[in-house]
Design a protein around this ligand. Structure first.
Ligand SMILES: NC(=O)c1ccc[n+]([C@@H]2O[C@H](COP(=O)([O-])OP(=O)(O)OC[C@H]3O[C@@H](n4cnc5c(N)ncnc54)[C@H](O)[C@@H]3O)[C@@H](O)[C@H]2O)c1
Ligand SMILES: O=C(O)C(=O)C[C@]1(C(=O)O)C=C[C@@H](O)C=C1
Length: 299
């Protein structure tokens, strides 16, 4: 049997993503390469640490991050993006020489801005972002198959040891994901349109509907059919996580919101003037995108 990818893997933040990675790393399917010889879990919430112990999804729980990273050859930060800089600064002096420091954060330029200036020369920084999730959070929300058939984007800064990048890619491949390297600025623009703007729209539309219900004292939400319900699933996501994403991808998100607003105004104009060709064209484009996504997922 081949060596595990990492001797000791430390996960900091055992919510949806961290606990899903922990669950997968604790499994040792026959024939598959082990992700780590030992999995150490660390979370600033005592409640989360207790749940990880009860669920048995790590070999060891160590609430002190400076102790949790000791002798780990890979540390993955799975905390909200607004906490990444502080956690990295705390653990940096305690990382083992040659260790890999990675993360799963949804924005990538902000983490590089905060961590590159404090990065030790003997530590390899391999930022990652698994494109998988749900609207739930916390250690109980995770599941070991979360990353299967999903992408994991890696945004290592120029000059990062390719061996370190390959080991992080191997970890995600063992989780069932495909990995791809990408420039951090490009990552943030792409995610602004496919993930951050849709969440912004979902939070906003739910707020608008709720205001309307208050104003009219009527049962707007009682009659919410499937269309609105689909928005509410996304809008149920964690407020701290999404506040941090919006503030840490400010420029790209505001650019996409401005483009969206222009396109929405064009649709409003077409509705006002009865431009049915324009309206049908926009709806057909939406349907075509949905069809091609379904085909991709079936491939
Ligand atoms: N939820 C998703 O769909 C999704 C998908 C991909 C990536 N991400 C990214 O993954 C990261 C984690 O998201 P999640 O959904 O697992 O969140 P979560 O809220 O489920 O879990 C976050 C965990 O981090 C812990 N934490 C917060 N601050 C900490 C600190 N300073 N030190 C130690 N622990 C700390 C919390 O106690 C919590 O247990 C975020 O950066 C998010 O942007 C989320
Ligand atoms: O499926 C969901 O509920 C998600 O919100 C997952 C989702 C996304 O927008 O696709 C959310 C944030 C992440 O950074 C990656 C994935």
């Amino acid at each position: 049997m081949s060596e595990p990818i990492f001797k000791r893997l430390t996960l900091i933040g055992l919510g949806l993503i961290g606990s899903s990675l922990a669950r997968r790393a604790m499994q040792h399917p026959t024939g598959a390469r082990r992700i780590a010889g030992e999995i150490v879990a660390c979370d600033s919430s005592g409640l989360a640490c207790d749940r990880v112990r009860v669920l048995g999804i790590a070999d060891r729980v160590e609430p002190d991050a400076t102790l949790a990273v000791r002798d780990a050859d890979c540390v993955v930060l799975c905390v909200p993006v607004g906490a990444l800089g502080d956690v990295a600064a705390r653990i940096m002096p305690h990382l083992a020489p040659g260790a890999i420091l990675s993360d799963v954060g949804s924005t990538k330029q902000s983490m590089l801005r905060e961590i590159e200036p404090i990065l030790r020369a003997d530590v390899a920084l391999v930022p990652g972002h698994p494109l998988a999730g749900t609207e739930y959070s916390g250690p109980d929300a995770g599941f070991s198959t979360l990353f299967e058939n999903r992408w994991c984007l890696l945004t290592p800064p120029e000059g990062t040891d390719p061996g370190a990048v390959a080991r992080v890619a191997a970890m995600w491949n063992e989780c069932g994901a495909r990995s791809r390297e990408m420039d951090a600025a490009h990552h943030d623009r792409v995610l602004a349109i496919v993930s951050h703007l849709p969440h912004l729209l979902a939070f906003t539309i739910c707020g608008t509907a709720d205001d309307l219900a208050d104003e009219t004292r009527s049962e707007v939400l009682e009659f919410a059919a499937t269309g609105f319900r689909d928005f509410t699933r996304i809008a149920a996501s964690d407020p701290v996580m999404w506040r941090d994403i919006f503030l840490n991808n400010r420029e790209a998100l505001l650019e996409m919101l401005a483009r969206f607003t222009e396109d929405a105004q064009a649709m409003a104009r077409a509705i006002r003037w009865g431009d049915d060709a324009f309206i049908v064209d926009r709806i057909e484009r939406g349907r075509a995108i949905r069809r091609s996504l379904i085909e991709l997922n079936q491939a």
